[in-house]
Design a protein around this ligand. Structure first.
Ligand code: 13P
Ligand code: SF4
Length: 354
């Protein structure tokens, strides 16, 4: 098996914002706010499409109001299948952009357009294009956590739930892969498939913080717990996993595996859905550097945390946080995204419904 080549690219420094602090709401205030949001959704012919890392109140409201909570592949698919005039994407910017690329006729709103992602920020299109130009004999596969412009340079877009089968498919056709931006996911896929891959030097600031020695100790304390790991985590964490998968795949594992306890290496927002579907199971967060360390070492994505009930109400009133994509970029970016969705449909991947 060949080793993946990590391009010695200058990895851009990504500025990580502090976690927003939202005012705490009492039960009555919260239910009044949720009722107002439901009315605004109806008035706008809008649905909520939320990611599992957003606040539990947003996930609950999405489900109660006819919207959807999912991983990034199924968020894209739901948006494309929905009849609503407006999609309100609660997640990070690449998810809103993907929705707009697939649904140019729909209005796509987000609670806060500044909600980005360290992988997206760490892969600027100019440097990425130069990387592609330098390797014209490689098929370009990019993770969904990228800008519309980067997707417009790609042959394939993938998410964590479909990256492995798509790369296996390309590898079987003898293709060499240029992969961006997540080096950890890229390494994992390369190891699983043996494909010839060139990797961009990007990482998720949240998953990069899981600590392998501390995880070993936690496993010793809980020998019966299954270790579930998102593949954006470093190899030393992935190597300790009983199961590696996308957010949806990790949630399914908690429900379906016979274990009573689980150690979870991904953003802590996922616990809301896991608790909802498996209330009697014990869920332990995989260790990070924890308190006293950097802000991003809390297993909570600071950009996902920019979504709240408060700014959700604001955007439904104002309509001012709207995604727009240059039509020329959109025309090119839709091709690799649609290729992914067609592959998913043909191979029965994803497509869960709440
Ligand atoms: P999923 O596609 O597994 O939901 O992952 C998205 C993401 O950004 C994880 O950090
Ligand atoms: Fe990006 Fe990481 Fe946040 Fe996911 S958790 S949106 S990969 S920064």
């Amino acid at each position: 098996m060949s080793n993946p080549t990590l391009e010695a690219l200058p990895s851009p420094i990504v500025e990580v914002p502090p976690h927003p602090i939202w005012p705490t709401l009492g039960a009555a205030q919260k239910s009044a706010l949720k009722a107002r949001i439901r009315d605004l959704l109806k008035a706008r012919d809008a649905v909520l499409v939320a990611h599992y890392y957003t606040d539990g109140d947003i996930q609950a409201l999405a489900e109660e109001s006819g919207g959807y909570v999912a991983d990034s592949l199924d968020m894209a698919r739901f948006g494309a299948e929905s009849d609503a005039r407006t999609l309100v994407v609660c997640g990070v910017r690449f998810m809103g952009e993907t929705a707009k690329i697939l649904n140019p006729e729909k209005q796509i709103l987000m609670p806060d357009l500044r909600a980005t992602c360290s992988l997206d920020e760490g892969c600027p299109v100019e440097a990425f294009s130069a990387f592609c130009d330098a390797h014209p004999d490689h098929s370009v596969v990019v993770y969904a956590n990228t800008s519309a412009e980067v997707k417009a340079r790609a042959d394939w877009v993938v998410t964590s739930s479909i990256a492995l089968p798509i790369v296996e498919h390309l590898s079987a056709r003898g293709e060499k892969i240029l992969w961006a931006p997540d080096k950890h996911l890229g390494r994992y896929i390369q190891r699983m498939t043996g494909t010839d891959m060139l990797l961009w030097n990007g990482a998720c600031v949240v998953h990069d913080e899981f600590k392998s020695f501390a995880l070993e100790r936690l496993r010793q304390l809980h020998p019966d717990a299954a270790v579930l790991v998102h593949p954006e985590s470093p190899a030393a964490i992935v190597d300790q996993a009983d199961l590696v998968g996308s957010t949806t795949q990790l949630i399914k594992a908690v429900v379906e595996m016979p274990n009573q306890a689980f150690i979870i290496a991904t953003d802590a927002g996922i616990f809301w859905k896991m608790h909802q579907l498996a209330p009697h199971k014990t869920l332990l967060p995989a260790p990070t550097a924890g308190e006293g360390a950097t802000c991003e070492s809390c297993a909570r994505c600071p950009w996902m945390a920019m979504n709240s009930l408060q700014n959700l109400e604001q955007v439904l009133n104002s309509g001012d946080q709207e995604i727009h994509i240059d039509p020329a970029v959109r025309e090119r970016a839709v091709i690799p995204i649609q290729r992914m969705l067609d592959f998913a449909r043909a191979h029965g991947i994803g497509g869960k419904r709440n």
